[in-house]
Ligand binder design. Sequence first.
Ligand SMILES: *[C@@H]1O[C@H](CO)[C@@H](O)[C@H](O)[C@H]1NC(C)=O
Ligand SMILES: *[C@@H]1O[C@H](CO)[C@@H](O)[C@H](O)[C@H]1NC(C)=O
Ligand SMILES: *[C@@H]1O[C@H](CO)[C@@H](O)[C@H](O)[C@H]1NC(C)=O
Ligand SMILES: *[C@@H]1O[C@H](CO)[C@@H](O)[C@H](O)[C@H]1NC(C)=O
Ligand SMILES: *[C@@H]1O[C@H](CO)[C@@H](O)[C@H](O)[C@H]1NC(C)=O
Ligand SMILES: *[C@@H]1O[C@H](CO)[C@@H](O)[C@H](O)[C@H]1NC(C)=O
Ligand SMILES: *[C@@H]1O[C@H](CO)[C@@H](O)[C@H](O)[C@H]1NC(C)=O
Ligand SMILES: *[C@@H]1O[C@H](CO)[C@@H](O)[C@H](O)[C@H]1NC(C)=O
Length: 599
Amino acid sequence: MRLLAVIAALSTTALAVWPLPEEYKSGDGVLWIARDKVTVTYNGPGHQPQGYGNGNQSSPGAQPPPVVKSAIQRTYDTLFEKNFVPWKLRPRLSDFEPTLGGDSTYIHEIVLEQNGPDAGGNASSVDESYTLEVTEAGKVTISAKSSVGLLYGLTTFTQLFYKHTNGGVYTDKAPVSVTDAPKFKWRGLNVDTSRTFKPLADLYRTIDAMAFNKFNRLHWHITDAQSWPLEVPALPELADKGVYVNFQRYSPEDIKKLQEYGKLVGVTVAMEIDNPGHTSSIWFSHPDLIAAFNKQPDWTTYCAEPPCGSLKLNSTKVYDFLEKLLDDLLPRLKPYTPYFHLGGDEVNMNTYLLDDTVRSNASSVLQPLMQKYMDRNMHQVTQTYDLTPLVWEEMLLEWNLTLPHNTIIQTWQSTEAVINSVQKGFQTLVGNYNYWYLDCGKGQWLDFYPSNAAEYWPFNDYCAPVHNWRVMYSLDPLEGVPENLTHLVIGGEAHIWSEQTDTVNLDKMVRCPYPSSCLELNRLLTCEIFKIWPRLCAAGEILWSGAKDASGQNRSQIEASPRLAEMRERLVARGVAAEPIQMPFCTQNGTQCAYPPSG
Ligand SMILES: *[C@@H]1O[C@H](CO)[C@@H](O)[C@H](O)[C@H]1NC(C)=O
Ligand SMILES: *[C@@H]1O[C@H](CO)[C@@H](O)[C@H](O)[C@H]1NC(C)=O
Ligand SMILES: *[C@@H]1O[C@H](CO)[C@@H](O)[C@H](O)[C@H]1NC(C)=O
Ligand SMILES: *[C@@H]1O[C@H](CO)[C@@H](O)[C@H](O)[C@H]1NC(C)=O
Ligand SMILES: *[C@@H]1O[C@H](CO)[C@@H](O)[C@H](O)[C@H]1NC(C)=O
Ligand SMILES: *[C@@H]1O[C@H](CO)[C@@H](O)[C@H](O)[C@H]1NC(C)=O
Ligand SMILES: *[C@@H]1O[C@H](CO)[C@@H](O)[C@H](O)[C@H]1NC(C)=O
Ligand SMILES: *[C@@H]1O[C@H](CO)[C@@H](O)[C@H](O)[C@H]1NC(C)=O
């Protein structure tokens, strides 16, 4: 009786799924799941994926597509190897675990139904919706139009289950009914691998944790002023001379494998070659293409951070270089992504005073040259390679460039930038640095002379303080956007710039071996990822579920916090050293750490 009472009390807690599904209902029935007691089928009884389920391979039939096959594998891995006992989320010293007995019900069947074709892998048109039903009798049905939808349905499914102290895996939420689809189609993280290098293993693990939070874009800011880790076979000198050290480089094979892995878990890699600013690292191999390289000591006049340097703005040599660079890179990226990011942020006009092809900082001189420069880039990206271009907001809002109508504008400076960009008719990404920059608050990386140190004390960075999950959770992508333009806000990205984030605060001191294949990765998830977790989950939920709840109010921290605390435990169980949300005193009873006391 006592046990039943506790379980009944638990039933009032909502599903702890993160991000929150569009619609869901759940009960308080207990179901167990075990490897050898469940059959998984894909589009019909004859289609049982090899190697899974109860081993009944009497009629194996057609195999599911790779995304689904890997999703099933990951589901097993999450349920049976990377699960956790939820004591931190249950009342202190309570008898919260169900008892396994002869009459316990097991999940006997997971039916996966894909009722649409995968759209040739076109990431911009994939239907990510799904439904999930778990009956009290232990039958699970997941339906979706695409294989990625099935992946998300399975991901949600894993979040219903807990490990039992005595062994075994159970849910106490049956029956469950979920209807789900994302609010925004672009849910991304931007990772900078130039300021500091990220070993590939870090990127694989980041993609894994992103997929677990239903993110679908990795924006790879692969190059910048400080180093050029990208190998370009047509221009080998770029990496040969532009890396920090010889082993910190990405080969074409590395990039292809990462893209393939991302595709397997619904994460499209959108690579950026930032230009014409943020290109000083090209100087090491092509000094004649760069103006104002590492201008010192008065660098603040010419750039936002050292080393200064920009591709020259009125140079046919630069044009030829870009043509060759993109001709090498884009055909290799294209099979895995419809996107390419052309950068365009923080171009400092004074740089062109030192550009021998221009020698001016007048916007009347520079603007037409920038338009011509961008037209060349855009022609190659959109016409030659039929890719959808992205640029940073400055190109549209500060340089007033005319851009192809399908350009995606990435804003970062303000809410106004989002509004201005959609008012000009462009698809737009949010990512306001006051909310979604994950690198803020570490303090300055610049060194101050003793004579002026006092003036800069306590050495805060430009976007301090740290943006905690509550701040990230308070960004509404649609804030101030007119009703009839909200469809142009297609999503957003959180950003981890890397002046002070390398593999050590990315990684928990354990050197991770390089995964030799995508599937091997599951065995390698033993190291920490960026100190971005679980903060990044907050952006993930805003992008998947929207900033407003079902009644149109701002989402509540009081509601979200216990779910995020649970998601944190799930990430830790995956080997991600995500930080705690609260101490167990709070998470064991979700009402007593609310503030202010009066509500
Ligand atoms: C194995 O699958 C076949 C065909 O789907 C079915 O008829 C049979 O009952 C199954 N056997 C077991 C042990 O599940
Ligand atoms: C949870 O906190 C409330 C308010 O402090 C308290 O009344 C209740 O007894 C607590 N429940 C548990 C299980 O600790
Ligand atoms: C991908 O889908 C988008 C949106 O439906 C469409 O505009 C675009 O043309 C498609 N791209 C390709 C290469 O089919
Ligand atoms: C750009 O370069 C061309 C060719 O060298 C030159 O004729 C022209 O004056 C330059 N434009 C500017 C604004 O300097
Ligand atoms: C442009 O350059 C001149 C020096 O040639 C400088 O005095 C002026 O401040 C610069 N303009 C801007 C907007 O920085
Ligand atoms: C873009 O337009 C604004 C507003 O008209 C103007 O202030 C700004 O100087 C323009 N930028 C350039 C680079 O011409
Ligand atoms: C909801 O959040 C927005 C920020 O996105 C804030 O400006 C607004 O004041 C909040 N509304 C309420 C009722 O707190
Ligand atoms: C959006 O609505 C405003 C009025 O609220 C109107 O002026 C504008 O033309 C509309 N824009 C579009 C693209 O329909």
